[in-house]
Design a protein around this ligand. Structure first.
Ligand code: NAI
Length: 326
């Protein structure tokens, strides 16, 4: 069976090629992202393998179906970039990697929170220039402060363990609370009003789009720390910028951005990037913006490659499709 990989980088080849070969799949790596124009690259292939910023909207899905594609393999957990209705209508199976290494994302999120709180990114730049002043680098003790976790799935649960390890008082919101866990669930407004640190671990859906908006930001404590390592669309960028301009936030750690599909994973250091929101977010000294790398550990890459290829194997061998998205 033949699989066309979209939006690939050298590290994808390293992890996927040996497993695909071992399982007898023929794979082709494309650097282009999937969209309605690049769907043609999958002509004659059985499956496509896509990542977070590929566009498997209705038009792309219909083209893939026209070209004979029967499976969309997401090499990630989130699936907001796939039109599932269109896929179902055209008989395309969509599978994902629901859990590869929740710790990779949770640990990275804590890294962002620690860095923006204690201004480690600024200290790093200062000492490289032999500026050993600590003026302006003061943070807060996290011990005893309140952390609000939005979304208590696999990553949210790992995050809660880490936050508790810092002796934080953890409160959480999830519309589907997990009663088996020792989690102090509260409503969303309480998260916004009482948290010193807010961290987002829910998927991007119609309900969660812009869950961080002008109203929720206004409810937050002054000098709150916000971390978003889930999906850019959870945060209304304009409202965030407005909040930053009003000095609402002590720090903001972002690994995702609403318009990231145009920029993330690419080296644009020689280009004239004109997205003024992106320029602003990279310029605020209390913001750290990284390029969707929270998942990027050896363990996560290995698990992603293995499960993605197992998903394809299950389809080929007519087995149960455990990671099918319905
Ligand atoms: P999960 O499916 O295990 O958990 C998601 C949780 O969010 C569930 O408990 C669900 O009930 C909850 N949820 C659904 N609607 C909600 C709402 N309206 N408000 C609050 N919570 C809601 O997913 P997992 O593995 O924990 O991943 C969470 C998100 O992290 C993914 O959807 C993805 O967007 C993001 N992610 C980011 C990565 C990165 O590299 N930056 C890597 C992997 C995932």
């Amino acid at each position: 069976m033949k699989i066309a990989f979209y939006d690939t980088k050298p590290y994808d080849k390293i992890w996927f090629e040996p497993i695909a070969r071992e399982k007898g799949f023929e794979i082709t790596f494309h650097e282009s992202k999937l969209n309605e124009n690049t769907a043609v690259l999958a002509y004659g292939y059985d499956a496509v393998c896509i990542f977070v910023n590929d566009d498997a909207g209705e038009k792309a899905v219909n083209k893939l179906a026209d070209y004979g594609v029967k499976v969309i393999l997401l090499r990630c957990a989130g699936f907001n970039n796939v039109n599932l209705k269109a896929a179902e209508k055209r008989g395309i199976k969509v599978m994902r990697v629901p859990s590869y290494s929740p710790s990779s994302v949770a640990e990275y999120t804590m890294g962002l929170i620690l860095a923006v709180n204690r201004k480690i990114h600024r200290a790093y730049v200062r000492t490289r220039d032999f500026n050993f002043s600590i003026n302006g680098l003061m943070g807060i003790d996290l011990n005893g402060k309140t952390a609000g976790v939005i979304g208590t799935g696999k990553i949210g649960q790992e995050m809660i363990k880490i936050l508790k390890g810092f002796s934080m008082n953890v409160i959480a919101y999830d519309p589907y609370p997990n009663k088996d866990l020792d989690i102090n669930y509260v409503d969303l407004d309480t998260i916004f009003k009482e948290s010193d640190v807010i961290t987002l671990h829910c998927p991007l859906t119609k309900e969660t789009r812009h869950i961080i908006n002008e109203k929720s930001i206004n409810m937050m404590k002054d000098d709150v720390i916000l971390a978003n390592t889930s999906r850019g669309g959870l945060v209304d960028t304009q409202a965030l910028i407005e909040g930053l301009n009003k000095n609402k936030f002590a720090g903001v750690g972002l690994d995702v951005y609403e318009e990231e599909d145009e920029y993330f994973f690419e080296d644009l250091s020689n280009e004239n990037v004109t997205d003024t929101d992106l320029i602003k977010l990279t310029a605020y000294r209390n913001v750290i913006l990284t390029s969707h790398q929270a998942f990027f550990t050896k363990e996560a890459m290995m698990a992603i490659a293995e499960v993605t290829m197992e998903n394809m194997e299950a389809y080929r061998d007519g087995e149960n499709l455990n990671n099918l998205i319905k």
